[in-house]
Design a protein around this ligand. Structure first.
Ligand SMILES: *Cc1c(COP(=O)(O)O)cnc(C)c1O
Length: 404
């Protein structure tokens, strides 16, 4: 088990061993966010096994969806993952620091004069327009760098990518050989909606052009896309969210394992009379003599205000002493109140941990209460928690230094 916590909480220069310091930091932590690396690996293997002979990559942008890019990359490389996608060159740096081995693609591409960083890190830009490609070609000619790049083709998302026409224009270059293009890809706009006709349209557009890029591997599917059928898998799949436990098939049960567990301390237990209000705006009123647990997480930790309780509104739930309890009133910046009236007497006490995510509370359930999607729940996870990584293959303790 590796604990990553704010270096401030680990006494530097202390006589204690690093292990003891980490244990002390964990014992004193106000909140603990546990990432189950074995679950991430199991999720990756599940997607990979669906796709033989297609390669399965991993998308680790935004600090591996908030889960920590270093430990995630190391665990997946050990499991056999050979290709990673990040959004920016800074994220590529963090991924490369975790492993020298894999191919790393940078989804947001390359800016003029940024070629050197790509060469230094041996990573590949995903190029989404002809000017960008021209700049990249100039860099490669000038320096002799031949590390490769992906071409992103827009098939309906209208975000990044060459038009179909521009993509057709590159076919002679592909046919001439020595073109420096290592991947051709596109991105689905509606993959989580099984019945959306957009999916088949995008796949058809992509197939038509990818077919002309002879010898260049093709990639279309994100997490949900891998569940749309073999005609969406092409040569390389690019799952992100599903690796971290988000349900890629919202219309069916979640085939993925949960990855993140979030526990935070009860700061205080207090009693409230019937008729008294709780929290900012006084929008929640006790309808009976009420016992509250004040829990040390708020919206500054990525727990959205939308999940709070108001009179007549169902809030998200928090697990205290093994039982689900509703939130009373608004979520504050650093705190929330949980109604624990229905717990057995003395079941909850100050200093005890309450579970906000995990133990049956899924990322998708929280997303529902937050008014968003599981992706945003994960990428919003706070930075005030001690981070613990379980599982994974023999990650050395040093490897658990704070990830960006
Ligand atoms: C984020 C992203 C992915 C991964 O999507 P998930 O839905 O998280 O699996 C794949 N491809 C591109 C281009 C992306 O931006």
């Amino acid at each position: 088990m590796n604990v990553v916590s704010d270096p401030k909480t680990i006494a530097s220069g202390s006589a204690l061993s690093p292990e003891a310091n980490r244990a002390a930091a964990l014992a004193a932590a106000t909140g603990v966010l546990t990432v189950d690396l074995d679950a991430v690996v199991a999720n990756w293997r599940k997607l990979e096994s669906r796709s033989v002979p297609t390669e399965c990559a991993a998308v680790v942008k935004a600090n591996a969806y908030g889960c920590g890019v270093g430990p995630i990359v190391r665990a997946l490389v050990a499991a056999g993952c050979k290709t990673f996608f990040v959004a920016t060159i800074d994220e590529a740096r963090a991924a490369r620091a975790a492993s020298a081995l894999p191919k790393i693609y940078v989804l947001n591409g390359c800016f003029q004069n940024c070629g050197d960083a790509f060469a230094e890190l041996d990573c590949k830009p995903v190029i989404g327009d002809l000017n960008e490609l021209a700049e990249w070609d100039v860099f490669c000619r000038r320096t002799g760098w031949a590390g490769g790049a992906a071409i992103h083709i827009d098939t309906g998302m209208n975000r990044l990518g060459l038009s179909l026409e521009d993509a057709h224009g590159l076919v002679p270059r592909i046919n001439a050989g020595n073109h420096g293009i290592t991947l051709v890809m596109s991105h689905l706009a509606c993959a989580e909606d099984l019945h959306n006709p957009m999916n088949a349209r995008q796949a058809a557009n992509f197939r038509e052009i990818a077919h002309l890029y002879t010898g260049v591997p093709a990639s279309l599917a994100n997490s949900s896309g891998t569940f749309l059928g073999p005609q969406f898998q092409f040569d390389l799949m690019r799952p992100g969210a599903a690796l971290y436990g988000v349900n890629p098939t919202p219309e069916a049960d979640n085939p993925m394992q949960p990855v993140v567990c979030l526990k935070t301390r009860i700061v205080q237990i207090r009693n409230v009379e019937r008729g008294e209000s709780v929290g900012y705006g006084a929008i929640w009123t006790a309808r009976r003599p009420t016992k509250l647990a004040i829990v040390s997480t708020g919206y500054a930790d990525g727990y959205f205000r939308a999940a709070g309780g108001a009179d007549g509104v169902r809030s998200a739930e928090v697990i205290v002493a093994g039982q689900r309890c509703p939130i009373a009133g608004r979520i504050s910046m650093d705190l929330m109140a949980v109604d624990i009236t229905d717990l057995p007497d003395k079941a909850a006490r100050r200093g005890q941990m309450a579970t906000l995510l995990g133990e049956g509370i899924t990322v998708d359930e929280l997303a529902h209460h937050f008014g968003t999607i599981g992706y945003e729940v994960l990428t919003s996870l706070g930075r005030r928690y001690a981070r613990v990584y379980t599982g994974g293959t023999a990650v050395p303790a040093e490897a658990a230094s704070p990830s960006p």
